[in-house]
Ligand binder design. Structure first.
Ligand code: ZN
Length: 145
């Protein structure tokens, strides 16, 4: 049975998270997010983006007007910020453990950020902050590879 959760507690899908993350980045960078830019950013057809944007509007994550663009609602912004925070933390984590290729880091983070439980995320966060404060541990780790 379909239960409609409250917006703030609703579990979001990977696609919803990716779209909201991208829309937030575009608005932060350019001041607006257009379907064409989202399509280019996510490498998805404009028709698919339009359908998804309408769904995000219907679900209360954005407000979309065809000729005026879109803005994130407070629940859309909450999801976008949560993902942006995870994205940054996981990037920090991969860097501190010695992953050097920024493209690899980006692609791995894009996959990981949607699939980590809050508990695991907290554990990775503590480990990352610990390693950042203890470069000697990081050096030892690298020397044992
Ligand atoms: Zn991301």
């Amino acid at each position: 049975m379909a239960v409609i959760p409250t917006p703030a507690r609703r579990r979001t899908t990977v696609a919803v998270e990716d779209y909201l993350e991208k829309i937030e980045q575009l608005i932060a960078r350019k001041g607006y997010a257009r379907v064409v830019d989202i399509a280019a950013g996510l490498k998805i057809s404009q028709a698919s983006v339009t359908a998804m944007v309408q769904r995000l509007d219907a679900e209360g994550f954005i407000k979309y007007e065809k000729y005026r663009g879109m803005v994130l609602t407070s629940s859309g912004l909450e999801v976008a910020r949560r993902i942006a925070h995870r994205h940054q933390l996981l990037t920090d984590f991969l860097r501190v453990i010695g992953v050097a290729d920024e493209k690899v880091i980006y692609d791995d983070v894009e996959g990981m950020e949607h699939h980590i439980s809050p508990d695991t995320f907290k554990a990775i966060e503590s480990l990352t902050r610990y390693l950042e404060k203890n470069p000697a541990v990081v050096s030892k780790l690298k020397s044992e590879r």
